[in-house]
Design a binder for this molecule. Structure first.
Ligand code: UD1
Length: 337
């Protein structure tokens, strides 16, 4: 069973390719290398013993995308990761985000619509909930106006998929990720942020290894027990496994609706200070940090209600926050060697 993984050399994509190959799926990766490296193919091959097919293709190139689908007619499912994901950059360059994230999605769906049936998994984000009123966040919490063009592309993407489902044979699952962190336990693949990391965990590991002077903790005046903001940090391998389960659900026609939505998190919230403490413990280091102002656009807290994913998908996370941080640290040490 051949599966197309777009953005398959990226952080979550590469870990998902590993889990797909471990389950016997044949994978073809499409990636434009805009935020990834060809070395990732070696990492995937080292872990699984199998080299995935790869094409360097930009999904906005409609003509080449059509030719790609003509060549790979036996693709039965698509997991679509390829997208730009930096919130700040999207505020500065909204059209880049709308062009890249929306056009690519539309062109992909146009190709899938030609098929008798298709299975489609979409990378969405808990950002669609904004600051949800109730914790933990269930899938029926309202989707609120996005705070950034990046967040808006996730909302619009979900709506496009809902609309297309009504007139096509495309069955889809929208996966709303909380905060993916960590790396493969072998340290053969992991996160490779371009430039200064915007996300907490890569910033922590780069500080611990000496690449950054100190971590800035964005705000300690939130209405939380220790004053710092709370998120649901999920090990990327657990997240990757959920994609395989979701795909199998579609392939075996177990889905209850043409478009289903699942939150993917651990169900536990951790504050920034708790993450720092857990990191210091697993790495046996002391992390230099200072408290600074809040970062614009950040919510106070977001953690998932995992009931639906646990019950309906039969999936649950296996790794702890400490496991995830230890794997991120192992990866950082390996790539700086
Ligand atoms: C961010 C995006 C989210 C996106 C996700 C992708 C924003 C507002 N949200 O999530 O839409 O889907 O990345 O990975 O950018 N923190 C610090 N110091 C740092 C970095 C982060 O204190 O140097 C804090 C943040 O204030 C936040 C927590 O750590 O409370 C997590 O931040 P981050 O890793 O950037 O993720 P999100 O902001 O939750």
């Amino acid at each position: 069973m051949k599966i197309l993984v777009t953005g398959g050399l990226g952080f979550i994509g590469s870990h998902t390719v590993v889990e797909l190959q471990n389950k016997g799926f044949e994978v073809v990766i499409v990636d434009n290398l805009s935020n990834s490296s060809l070395d990732v193919i070696e990492g995937i091959t080292a872990i699984t013993g199998k080299k995935p097919l790869f094409e360097n293709l930009d999904l906005r190139d409609k003509t080449r995308l059509r030719a790609f689908f003509e060549k790979h007619q036996n693709i039965i499912g698509v997991i679509h990761f390829a997208a730009s994901k930096a919130v700040g950059e999207s505020v500065g360059n909204p059209l880049l985000y709308y062009e890249n994230n929306i056009n690519a999605l539309v062109y992909l769906l146009q190709e899938l619509q030609k098929k008798e049936q298709a299975h489609f998994i979409f990378s969405s984000s808990c950002t669609v909930y904004g600051q949800a009123e109730k914790m933990p966040i269930t899938e029926d919490a309202p989707v609120v106006k996005a705070m950034s063009p990046y967040g808006n592309t996730k909302q619009i993407g979900e709506e496009i998929i809902q609309d297309v489902a009504k007139v096509s044979n495309i069955n889809s699952i929208l996966l709303r990720y909380f905060n993916p962190i960590g790396a493969h336990p072998t340290a053969a693949i992991g996160e490779l942020p371009l430039g200064v990391p915007q996300n907490l965990v890569p910033f922590i590991t780069q500080t611990a290894i000496g690449l950054r002077q100190e971590l800035s903790v964005f705000g300690n005046d939130y209405p939380t027990p220790d004053g710092t903001a709370i998120r649901d940090y999920i090990h990327v391998v657990d997240l990757a496994k959920a994609h395989v389960v979701a795909l199998e659900r579609l392939v075996h026609k177990q889905n209850a609706e043409k478009v289903e939505v699942f939150n993917l998190g651990t169900g536990t919230g951790s504050s920034v200070l708790e993450v720092i403490k857990a990191f210091e413990k697993v790495s046996n280091t002391q992390l230099p940090y200072k408290i600074v102002d809040r970062r614009e656009g950040d919510v106070t807290q977001a953690y998932a209600d995992t009931t639906k994913a646990n019950k309906v998908l039969g999936w649950k996370t296996e790794s702890s926050l400490e496991d995830a941080l230890a794997s991120a640290w192992k990866w950082e040490q390996k790539i700086r060697k």
